[in-house]
Every structure is written in structure tokens, then in C-alpha cells.
Design a protein around this ligand. Structure first.
Ligand code: DOR
Ligand code: ZN
Ligand code: ZN
Length: 430
């Protein structure tokens, strides 16, 4: 199949190109890229007019919960991948907190095989650091990597035993894979469900302090420095995390760090009392934290935007703030929120958006993606930066609807998503 994307604003972080050009796609690969290309020889070629749109490498999400196996009523590989395609993502990394946990090569292969049959986008399953994610015994990381796992993580919690985490990092270093770290010092949690601040007090809810995140971020930086492992901090939410990443990088630690759209868009002041769609872990922090995250992204201290797409059913979320599970969906709103809040907000250039949503995550994983150079696999997103609309959760391709962004006005819409040279999503009326 031949595809020709015409007249788009091509934004390629691999070459730092930002100019209007056409892109020719043949046999799943980018064949050519230059202005005003001639009509393709292939008469059946599909042409897409991308005038006024950004054409970027397909987005790569380092942080997704697909809930498969075990919680298929919340999400499956198929529905999660469909939501990803709608959001402009062509590669996603699934977290291992499934049932059973993805702590061995069989579960890794199960997800990979299912994905191959269900979707054209790339689904990569991260392996759990410990057996059953119980924090007591290391899983066979080498075997999982042999099965295609690109990273390890214990997301949903931290490996509280520093000695085990140290050992895991030594193995990760040897295998040259990143450790995706959810930073949460359990002994400081005290049953917290929202950020520890005056909003928590007003609502009579136990709070989660910044310290809960900061303590483990510092610990893992120390462990990464000692072992030489590649450390990636998941969902940074505190102003101190930004400082920790900055300092670590200055000291030569191999570190990357992600921010989720909800953490750079909303503060705890925006929470609607009792609405569990505002409950996630880490929690929405203060305005000061939000501003520090935005600045950290602007200054390229924080280099990745990831969703922490965490689907939960209506029944699961239809509970008290104390008891409902943490988490919100995010695959379909990430690009629009990034564009509205950060690009139009004056924090990021469109190039930085492409870096943080594609090129940098590819670099973290060490995969040959995030680039629009000829010869590369044609994973591409066409994004309309001018379309303004209200987010409508009812139209989500996810099985779940748990988002605090329903009804929010945003500017920027994914028009077409192409994975491996095939159109995997196309917006209506386009
Ligand atoms: O909000 C969250 N939801 N944070 C996590 O760390 C886990 C995730 C989930 O699995 O639901
Ligand atoms: Zn997490
Ligand atoms: Zn997560």
C-alpha cells in the first residue's frame, strides 16, 4: 500500500526538521520526504491532505494499564489499543499490575501475541520487578527480556526493599533496559487518598505528602547512580521531583522522567468534592507543583509525557473518595491537553511536544522509533492544532469512562494515526 501525506507541517525531532513537506509511505516504511512531491506511480495510492496539520512521529506512551489479563471488564488489549490509536499513539508500554501479574515470560508473550492478533499498533509489555509484585523476590528479568519485554516496573507501588531494588537495577544495567519507577514511600502514606493540603483538610480526607514521592525518587536516583542503570521516573507530580531529576542528571545519573497530562493541567483546587474521577496516584498537587512541572517540561528537565492511562469501571469508581481505586483514563486526551495547556500555553514548542510524546520515549526504550526519516517504519500522527471542541468521554474507545476531563474545552485533535504504514485511526469528517 502507498500513502502520500500532502502539505503537512512536518515536525521530526530526529532531524529537527519543522517545515511543510509531503511524506511518501510505501510497504510500511517512510520512502521519501520533501516538499511538493510528484503524483505517486501507484495509481491506488491513498492521498491525505494534511494542510494546516502537524505531521509528527507516532506518539509513544511509556505508561499504560491495559488490565489484560485479569481485569478485562476494565480494559483489554484490543480496547486499550483502539483508545491509543484514537489518541495518536502507535507504541504503548503496558504496566505489569495485571492478574496474574506480568512477572514471567508467559504473561509477557500472552500480551504480545494477543496484541499481534488484535492491533497494528505496537504493544510492549513491561515485566514486574518482583514475583507476583509482592516485593519479596526478584522475578526472572532476563527471561522476560528474552520474551520481548522492553523494561521492568513495579507500577502501582514501589519495591520497598532497597536491597531488592538495587539488585534489580544491576540486572537492568546488564540487560540495558530501563527501570520504570513508581515512587511511593509506603510507610509515609498514612492511608492518604488526595494531596496533603487545605483541600484535603476541608474535605476531611487523609493526605499524601510530597515526601511520599520525593523519598523514593531520591533513593532510586542513588541506586541508579551506584549501578549505572537507566532510571525512568513515572508520573512526577511534585516540585521537588523536578529538582531531583535536574540534580541527578547534572551528576551523570542516567535518568529520564515523565509527567502526566492531569498533573500539568489540574491542581487539587480543581477537584470536585466526592468525584472519584479526580482520584489518582500520585494525586493532583498544588498550583505551585503544577507550575514547577510545566517549567520542568519547558526547560527539558522532564523529558517525557506519558498518560498513566488507568481504566476503572463505573462500578469500581462509584464509591467514596476513601475507597474508590486510584486512576483515570488518558490515552485519548493526552495530545489535546498537551497542545492546549503547554503549546498554546507558551511552555512548549510543537517540536518539544513531538520530542516528549515520541522521540524521548523511544530513546528511553532504546527502540528505533520517534523519527520520520526515510527508511523508518511509518508510525505517524496527523494532528490538527486548530480544532477546538469539548472532550466527550462517552465517545471513548476505552472500556472505561473515568476521566475528570469530560466537558473540558481543548484545542488540538488527532486526525489520522498511521502504524506500520496503515491507517489505524481516522477522525470522522476528515
Ligand atoms: O492512579 C493510578 N492508577 N496510579 C497507579 O500507580 C496505579 C494505577 C492503576 O493501576 O490503576
Ligand atoms: Zn504508578
Ligand atoms: Zn500507572
Amino acid at each position: 500500500m502507498t500513502l502520500l501525506i500532502r502539505n503537512g507541517r512536518v515536525i521530526d525531532p530526529a532531524s529537527m526538521q519543522d517545515s511543510v513537506a509531503d511524506i511518501l509511505i510505501q510497504d510500511g516504511k517512510i520512502a521519501d520526504i520533501r516538499p511538493q512531491m510528484q503524483e505517486p506511480e501507484d495509481r491506488q495510492a491513498v492521498q491525505i491532505d494534511a494542510q494546516g496539520c502537524y505531521v509528527m512521529p507516532g506518539f509513544i506512551d511509556l505508561h499504560v494499564h491495559l488490565r489484560d489479563p485479569g481485569f478485562e471488564y476494565k480494559e483489554t488489549v484490543a480496547t486499550g489499543a483502539a483508545a491509543a490509536a484514537r489518541g495518536g499513539f502507535t507504541t504503548i508500554v503496558a504496566m505489569p499490575n495485571t492478574k496474574p501479574a506480568a512477572d514471567n515470560a508467559d504473561v509477557i508473550s500472552y500480551v504480545h501475541n494477543k496484541a499481534k492478533n488484535m492491533t497494528k499498533i505496537n504493544v510492549l509489555q513491561a515485566g514486574a520487578i518482583t514475583h507476583k509484585m509482592a516485593g519479596e523476590q526478584l522475578s526472572d528479568i532476563e527471561d522476560m527480556v528474552r520474551a520481548g519485554s522492553p523494561a521492568v516496573s513495579e507500577d502501582g507501588k514501589s519495591v520497598m526493599n532497597a536491597n531488592l531494588m538495587h539488585k534489580a537495577m544491576k540486572i537492568a544495567k546488564r540487560l540495558d533496559i530501563p527501570v520504570l519507577s513508581h515512587c511511593e514511600e509506603k510507610t509515609l502514606l498514612n492511608g492518604g487518598v488526595v494531596n496533603e493540603d487545605e483541600n484535603a483538610v476541608r474535605n476531611g480526607l487523609p493526605g499524601i505528602s510530597n515526601l511520599v514521592e520525593n523519598m523514593i525518587a531520591v533513593r532510586d536516583v542513588m541506586l541508579a547512580g551506584d549501578t549505572g542503570a537507566k532510571l525512568h521516573l513515572c508520573h512526577c507530580s511534585t516540585k521537588e521531583s523536578v529538582e531531583i531529576v535536574k540534580l541527578a542528571r547534572e551528576r551523570g545519573v542516567r535518568i529520564s522522567a515523565e509527567v502526566c497530562p492531569h498533573h500539568f493541567t489540574l491542581s487539587s483546587d480543581d477537584m470536585i468534592t466526592g468525584d472519584t474521577n479526580f482520584k489518582m496516584n500520585p494525586p493532583l498537587r498544588t498550583k505551585e507543583d503544577v507550575e514547577a512541572l510545566r517549567q520542568g517540561l519547558k526547560d527539558d528537565i522532564l523529558d517525557v509525557i506519558a498518560t498513566d492511562h488507568a481504566p476503572h469501571s463505573k462500578d469500581d469508581k462509584n464509591d467514596s473518595m476513601l475507597r474508590a481505586p486510584f486512576g483515570i483514563i488518558g490515552l485519548e486526551t493526552a495530545a489535546a491537553l498537551t497542545h492546549t495547556e503547554l503549546v498554546l500555553g507558551g511552555y512548549l514548542t510543537p517540536m518539544q511536544m513531538a520530542q516528549k510524546m515520541s522521540f524521548h520515549p523511544a530513546r528511553v526504550l532504546g527502540i528505533d522509533k520517534g523519527s520520520l526519516q526515510p527508511g523508518k517504519t511509518a508510525d505517524i500522527v496527523i494532528f490538527d492544532p486548530e480544532k477546538t471542541y469539548e472532550i466527550d468521554a462517552s465517545r471513548s474507545a476505552s472500556k472505561s469512562r473515568n476521566t475528570p476531563f469530560h466537558g473540558r474545552r481543548v484545542t488540538g485533535a488527532v486526525r489520522v494515526t498511521i502504524a506500520g504504514g496503515e491507517i489505524v485511526y481516522q477522525a470522522e469528517k476528515y
